[in-house]
Design a protein around this ligand. Structure first.
Ligand code: FE
Length: 242
């Protein structure tokens, strides 16, 4: 059994924060720092103290809380080597294929450029959990701000190869709009239609639609169900203009 606990909370207008807590060592990591107050409230609610921040990308809605949390907790901040010049609060930088220990587990760093050029994701194979930042969303993927479609397609293809039961936490609650878009691409996908109903029901109750799994995304996410980078690019452009 995994010794890691995961706590997801909504913050800002549509971001998610996630805390990872190791029961044995007491180590606690925040995935990104979208909002220092929200992270602190989540820590207090669980009785945890912050030891690490794992940063996926340099955008403000993932980094703006780092400085305040670092000054309060003295936590160790790990983030993308390729964005070190844009994030001045990093203590340690990581590249694709790097590993590090958090609590009693090994984390694998997966580089997934596209949304930003240096985006990294954190995969915990023992727990079977991946943090995809703004690369893979439930029924969607991040907008391609800094990279190109080929780059994003390659990044999503890496995530698609993780075991199907892998639990996916991502940076935003965009699922309902994504579902509406995916249905326009594949109205005959029954698994997608069923999932869209469940999503509508969850959102009507103000509940999160995350986390998801790699397997569920492979079944229903139009951005993962395309055959090649060119088809991916067409769908990404259609979504941008939707
Ligand atoms: Fe974001």
């Amino acid at each position: 059994m995994s010794a890691l606990k995961f706590h997801q909370f909504a913050c800002l207008s549509d971001n998610y924060g996630v805390l990872i807590h190791d029961l044995q060592t007491g180590d606690t990591a925040s995935i990104d720092a979208p909002d220092a107050d929200a992270v602190e409230n989540a820590l207090k609610g669980n009785g945890w103290s912050l030891t690490h921040i794992l940063v996926t990308n340099h955008h403000w809605d993932h980094t703006q809380g780092i400085a305040e949390l670092k000054s309060k907790y003295g936590c160790h901040v790990i983030g993308p080597q390729a964005e070190a010049s844009k994030i001045d609060t990093l203590d340690e930088t990581k590249n694709d294929g790097d590993q590090f220990t958090f609590g009693g587990e090994t984390a694998d760093v997966i580089s997934t450029p596209g949304h930003t050029l240096g985006m990294i994701n954190f995969y915990f194979p023992k727990s079977g959990v991946v943090f995809t930042g703004d690369t893979l969303f439930a029924l969607g993927c991040g907008r391609i701000f800094e990279g190109d479609a080929n780059m994003m397609w390659n990044s999503l293809s890496k995530l698609a190869k993780l075991p199907p039961e892998t639990v996916v936490y991502c940076g935003h609650e965009y699922t309902q709009a994504n579902a509406n878009f995916c249905i326009t691409i594949k109205p005959e996908n029954q698994a997608l239609a069923q999932r869209a109903k469940e999503i509508d029901s969850l959102r009507a109750q103000g509940k999160p639609t995350l986390p998801t799994t790699i397997g569920l995304e492979l079944e229903t996410n139009s951005f993962l169900r395309v055959g090649d980078a060119a088809e991916f690019a067409r769908i990404r452009t259609a979504k941008d203009n939707a």
